[in-house]
Design a protein around this ligand. Structure first.
Ligand code: CMP
Length: 139
């Protein structure tokens, strides 16, 4: 089934100059970039995006990190895009991530883990419109 998913190249990925490396992996796996945007989130915006994690011990550190500099948000489209993107990213903790995955190759820590990807259709339905208006998604 053709799906859409929200990806972010986080501030660590932007500062490590690996935007192109990450997007190349998406494209090589037949995920199409249908919308893209670079921006620096305010703390409030980062808190809103990660609201499901607000009770977690790492929440405030995560929000500080995610608002520390520019990130790149993308909408990826393709067959089974949500799961495919999750497998390209690898496990949240780069030490557990599968060899050859984005996080195994590029990430420094469980928090500064280079990329985010929607974990379900429900998450994608919240996360895509968080960044992109209907008009921006018309291709
Ligand atoms: P992400 O896939 O964007 O979803 C939530 C984010 O919280 C995760 O990637 C990490 O950046 C961060 N995160 C998850 N678990 C931890 C943890 N144990 N310690 C610090 N940050 C975490």
């Amino acid at each position: 089934m053709t799906e859409r998913t929200l990806s972010m190249i986080k501030p660590d990925g932007v500062s490590k100059n690996v935007i192109g490396d990450v997007i190349r992996r998406f494209e090589a796996a037949n995920l199409k970039v249908i919308a893209i945007q670079m921006r620096t989130l305010t703390k409030k915006e980062a808190e809103g995006f990660y609201a499901v994690h607000r009770e977690r011990g790492f929440f405030s550190s995560l929000v500080t990190f995610m608002s520390s500099g520019p990130l790149v948000a993308l909408v990826l489209e393709g067959e089974g895009a949500i799961l495919k993107n999750r497998s390209l990213m690898g496990a949240t903790d780069p030490k557990q991530a599968e060899a050859g995955s984005i996080r195994a190759d590029l990430a420094g820590s469980i928090e500064e883990n280079i990329v985010h990807g929607s974990d379900s259709k429900e998450s994608a339905d919240f996360e895509i419109p968080y960044f992109f208006s209907q008009l921006a998604l018309n291709g």
